[in-house]
Ligand binder design. Structure first.
Ligand SMILES: Cc1cc2nc3c(=O)[nH]c(=O)nc-3n(C[C@H](O)[C@H](O)[C@H](O)COP(=O)(O)OP(=O)(O)OC[C@H]3O[C@@H](n4cnc5c(N)ncnc54)[C@H](O)[C@@H]3O)c2cc1C
Length: 361
C-alpha cells in the first residue's frame, strides 16, 4: 500500500492486487512499534532502514490525517526495558546512531516514567524517542487515500503467475479473473513471497514465522510507555487498549491461535504491569511475519526476469522498515540517488542466519 501510495503521489497509475482482503495480514497483525526491539543485536542495515521510518512516519501520518481524517495515532510513548544485561552494547549502539538512551537505576525514577511497572524491577533502559503507530489505522488511512487518488485496488485477486515477452521482460500478470498488461511488477507479498513461480529457478529464502498477540481493554493513560522484557512487550494505545505480544514460531502458514500461548502472554502482561489482572482481554490473533534469515529485507530486481522487483523479508520490523524500503526501491526505479545504498539489500548479498532463525528452522 505504501508503494502504491507513493507511486500515485508521483503521478503514476499503479494497480494494487491482494490475494485476500486488503491489508489484513502481517501489517495489520503487528504491534506498530517503530523500532527494532533490541537494535544492537541486528545487522546495521536494520538500524539504517529503521532510522528512515523513525524520521518520516510522523509527517506521513499527519499528511494522511489531513487528507482522510483518519488518525494513525503516531505517539512517542518511549520504550522502557527493565533489568537489561546488555547496557554496554546498547550504549555503543545509541552513540553510533545518535539515539537517546538513559539508564534508570532507582525505583523512584522508574515509577516517574511508568507508574504501572511492576515494583520488582529496580533498573531499566529508557529510550524516550521511540514512537509507535496504530498499524490497522495507518492501513485504513492509506486505503482511504488510495481510493481518493482513484488507485485501482483489486482485493481477493491473487497474482498466479507472470507472462514474459522478449528479453525475459514481464509483460502481464495472470490472475484467476484476467490477464493484466503491465510495465513493471513489484512483489510486496510478505510471508508468501517465496512461494511464487518467479522463484522456481532462484529460490527466495523467505519463511512464515507466526506471532500471536492479545489485547486488553484498559482505560486511556493507565499505561503510558511501551514496556519490553525478555523479548515480549506491552504497547499502550491512545484509547487505553494495550497489546501484549508476541509469540514466535516457524509454522508453515498456520494462523491458528492457541490457548497455551494466550496464557503465556497473560503471564507476561501480569509480570510487567500487575493491574492488567483486573482488565478484560478483548481479542487474540495471529499473523505471519515474512522472515529472511537475518531479518534484512530483499529490495531488488529479479536476477533473470526483467522489470520484476521485490520488497520483502522484513521479518519482525516491517512496519518500521517499510517506509525506508519503499523509498529505496522507488528511487531505484526512478533512477534517483537514495538515502542508502540499495545494494545492502540485494538478493545476492549473503545473509548469515541469526540464532533465532537457525534454532527454530
Ligand atoms: C505479532 C506481530 C507483531 C509485529 N510487531 C511489529 C512491530 O511492532 N513493529 C514492526 O515494525 N513490525 C512488526 N511486525 C512485523 C511486520 O508486521 C511485518 O514485517 C510487515 O507487516 C510485513 O509487511 P509486508 O507488506 O511484507 O507483509 P504483509 O503485511 O503480510 O502483506 C503481504 C500482502 O501480500 C498479499 N499477497 C501474498 N501473496 C500474494 C499474491 N500471490 N497475489 C496477491 N497478493 C498476495 C497478502 O495477502 C498480504 O496482504 C510484527 C508482526 C507480527 C506478526
Amino acid at each position: 500500500m505504501l508503494t502504491a501510495y507513493f507511486l500515485a503521489e508521483q503521478g503514476h497509475s499503479p494497480i494494487l492486487l491482494d490475494k485476500g482482503e486488503l491489508a489484513k495480514e502481517s501489517s495489520w497483525a503487528g504491534g506498530g512499534i517503530l523500532s527494532p526491539l533490541y537494535p544492537w543485536r541486528y545487522a546495521k542495515e536494520i538500524s539504517l532502514l529503521s532510522a528512515y521510518g523513525q524520521q518520516h512516519y510522523q509527517s506521513l501520518c499527519q499528511d494522511l490525517y489531513d487528507k482522510t481524517g483518519i488518525d494513525s495515532e503516531w505517539i512517542q510513548s518511549g520504550l522502557l526495558t527493565p533489568n537489561l544485561d546488555e547496557l554496554e552494547q546498547a550504549q555503543q549502539w545509541a552513540k553510533q546512531y545518535k539515539s537517546e538512551l538513559q539508564i534508570i537505576d532507582n525505583h523512584a525514577d522508574l515509577e516517574a516514567i511508568e507508574a504501572q511497572l511492576h515494583p520488582q524491577f529496580e533498573s531499566a533502559l529508557w529510550m524516550p524517542e521511540i514512537a509507535q503507530l496504530r498499524n490497522p489505522r495507518l492501513l485504513k488511512a492509506l486505503k482511504c487515500r488510495l481510493e481518493q487518488m482513484q488507485v485501482e485496488i483489486q482485493a481477493h485477486t491473487a497474482m498466479l503467475d507472470i507472462k514474459q515477452g522478449r528479453n525475459q521482460q514481464v509483460t502481464a500478470v495472470l490472475t484467476e479473473k484476467e490477464t493484466i498488461t503491465v510495465d513493471r511488477v513489484i512483489l510486496c507479498t510478505g510471508a508468501w513471497s517465496g512461494q511464487l513461480n518467479a522463484w522456481k529457478n532462484t529460490p527466495l529464502n523467505v519463511k512464515p514465522v507466526s506471532g500471536e498477540m492479545i489485547l486488553f481493554k484498559a482505560a486511556p493513560q493507565q499505561l503510558k510507555r511501551i514496556i519490553l522484557h525478555q523479548g515480549r512487550y506491552l504497547i499502550p494505545r491512545q484509547d487505553g487498549r494495550i497489546l501484549c505480544g508476541s509469540s514466535l514460531a516457524f509454522t508453515q502458514f498456520d494462523k491458528q491461535i492457541h490457548a497455551k500461548t494466550k496464557q503465556s502472554l497473560q503471564q507476561t502482561a501480569y509480570q510487567l504491569a500487575p493491574f492488567l489482572k483486573q482488565v478484560k482481554i478483548e481479542h487474540h490473533w495471529c499473523g505471519l511475519r515474512p522472515a529472511s534469515p537475518n531479518g534484512v529485507p530483499y529490495i531488488d530486481e529479479h536476477p533473470e526476469i526483467k522489470n520484476l522487483y521485490i520488497n520483502t523479508g522484513h521479518y519482525r520490523y516491517g512496519v518500521t522498515m517499510g517506509l525506508g524500503s519503499v523509498k529505496l526501491l522507488l528511487d531505484k526505479l526512478m533512477g534517483k540517488t537514495s538515502f542508502l545504498d540499495i545494494n545492502h539489500f540485494s538478493l545476492s548479498r549473503e545473509r548469515p542466519a541469526s540464532h533465532e532463525f537457525l534454532e527454530n528452522n
